[in-house]
Design a binder for this molecule. Structure first.
Ligand code: AN7
Length: 380
C-alpha cells in the first residue's frame, strides 16, 4: 500500500513569511494559524458601477479572532514572550483587545485591556472576557486609553501591544504579501479603513518590500535593510486609499480630533498613532483620504451582505464605500484592479446589524399552510 505523503500543515504568518519578518531561528512562535484569508472577487456590486473594474475583498474577518489584528498580534506576542514578558497591555476600540486576549492565553501570559466604556461592540467584549483578559473599562475614549497605556507601561511590567509596538506592523504587512501572491501582481488601488492608521502603513510596507523597496514604516530598516538585498516581486505598488468616518476623521481635517463619534466604533479614533507613516503611505503612493457619514457606512455594510453574502463590521464596509464612490466619481478609472480590506467580521457587532436590518422576521403558526404562505408571499 502506498504511504500517504505528509501534507504540510499551515501554521500562521510567521512560519509562512519568516524570511520577511524579524524573527530569530530559535524563537518560540505564538500563533493561532492567523492569515491565509480569502481574497474574494465581488460579482454583483461591480455590475452596478459605471466603469468595468475588478474589486477583490481581503476578508480579514476570517482570522482566528475575527479581525486583521491577529497578524500583528502573533508577532507582538511572540516577541514579548521572547523578551520574557509576563503581561501585555493595550488600549482598544475592541478588536485589538480580543486579539491580545487570545494570543496571551495561547502564550500563558496575562493581558490587560483598556476599553472605552459603552463604546465597544458586544462580540469583541465577549471575546476579551472569555479569553481571560483583565478588562478595564475607562470613562473616556480610545485616545484617553492609549495615553494611559503609554503612561502605565513606564510604571508597571507590561509590554504594549498596540500598533506603536513595531512588531505589530511587521505582522500586518503580510496581508499585502498574500494579495500579491494570489493575484500575481499588486492591485492598482488598495482601499481600507483608517483609525490608528497602523494597517494602511503596514500594507504600504508590505507592498514596498515586495517591490524591493523600503519605507519609513519599517522600523527594522534604518540605514540598511536587516533582511539583505531583495529581488522585486512586483514592478508597481498600489495607490493607498484611506477612508474615515466623518465623526472621527483627523486625516480629512488635517489635525488630531478630540471629540469623536461614529457607529463604526472600531475606528472611533481622533489621535492616530501612525499619523506620519500613514501620510507617507498616502503621499508616496499617490493616494488620498476620504470620509463617510454613518448612514453611508451602514448602507454599504448592508449592500455587501445582501448583494455578495459577505458580512463585515461597519468600520470595514467603509473600504468598499470608498471604492464605490471613487469609481463613480472617476477617480478610480475603468479597467482598474482594486483590493479592499474587510478588517473585521460582521458578527463582532450583532447589535448594530440587527438594529439596521429591514429583513422581515416573520411569526407564523407551526403549520404547513402558514409556512407555505410565508414563503409564497416573500419570493424574490
Ligand atoms: C475592524 O481594536 O484600533 O487604522 O483598538 O478594528 O490600523 O487602527 C481597531 C482598528 C479598522 C483601523 N477596522 O485600523 C482597536 C483598533 C477595524 C478595526 C481598524 C480597526 P488601524
Amino acid at each position: 500500500m502506498a504511504t500517504k505523503k505528509k501534507q504540510s500543515v499551515y501554521s500562521g504568518i510567521i512560519s509562512k513569511y519568516r524570511d520577511w519578518l524579524p524573527v530569530k531561528a530559535d524563537t518560540r512562535i505564538i500563533s493561532l494559524c492567523e492569515g491565509r484569508t480569502p481574497l474574494i472577487k465581488l460579482e454583483n456590486i461591480p455590475k452596478t458601477l459605471p466603469a468595468p473594474v475588478e474589486i477583490y475583498v481581503k476578508f480579514e474577518g476570517l482570522n482566528p479572532t475575527g479581525s486583521f489584528k491577529d497578524r500583528g498580534m502573533t508577532m507582538a506576542v511572540t516577541q514579548a514572550v521572547r523578551e520574557g514578558a509576563r503581561a501585555i497591555i493595550c488600549a482598544s476600540t475592541g478588536n485589538t483587545s480580543a486579539s491580545a486576549a487570545a494570543y496571551a492565553a495561547r502564550a500563558g501570559i496575562a493581558a490587560f485591556v483598556l476599553i472605552p466604556e459603552g463604546k465597544i461592540a458586544l462580540g469583541k467584549l465577549a471575546q476579551a472576557m472569555m479569553k481571560g483578559a483583565v478588562v478595564i473599562q475607562i470613562q473616556g475614549n480610545f485616545d484617553d486609553g492609549m495615553r494611559l497605556v503609554k503612561e502605565v507601561a513606564k510604571a508597571a511590567p507590561v509590554t504594549i501591544v498596540n500598533s506603536i509596538n513595531p512588531y505589530r506592523l511587521q505582522g500586518q504587512k503580510t496581508a499585502a504579501f498574500e494579495i500579491v501572491d494570489e493575484l500575481g501582481r499588486a492591485p492598482d488601488f488598495h482601499c481600507l479603513p483608517v483609525g490608528n492608521a497602523g494597517n494602511i502603513s503596514a500594507y504600504w510596507t508590505g507592498y514596498s518590500e515586495y517591490a524591493g523597496m523600503h519605507t519609513k514604516a519599517c522600523a527594522f530598516c534604518t540605514d540598511s535593510c536587516v533582511y539583505g538585498d531583495r529581488t522585486a516581486h512586483i514592478s508597481q505598488r498600489p495607490k493607498m486609499l484611506g477612508y474615515q468616518a466623518s465623526g472621527a476623521a483627523p486625516f480629512l481635517r488635517g489635525h488630531m480630533v478630540d471629540n469623536t463619534e461614529t457607529v463604526a466604533t472600531a475606528i472611533r479614533i481622533g489621535h492616530p498613532q501612525s499619523w506620519d507613516l500613514a501620510w507617507a503611505a498616502s503621499r508616496e503612493s499617490g493616494g488620498w483620504f476620504a470620509e463617510f457619514s454613518d448612514p453611508e457606512i451602514l448602507r454599504v455594510q448592508k449592500l455587501l451582505a445582501e448583494r455578495e453574502g459577505i458580512f463585515c463590521e461597519p468600520a470595514s464596509a467603509i473600504a468598499v464605500a470608498g471604492a464605490i464612490q471613487d469609481i463613480e466619481q472617476g477617480r478610480i478609472p475603468a479597467g482598474s484592479v482594486i483590493a479592499c480590506t474587510l478588517t473585521g467580521h460582521g458578527l463582532k457587532d450583532p447589535d448594530t446589524a440587527i438594529k439596521q436590518s429591514s429583513a422581515p422576521v416573520l411569526k407564523v403558526d407551526a403549520k404547513l399552510e402558514s409556512v407555505k404562505k410565508a414563503i409564497l408571499d416573500n419570493m424574490k
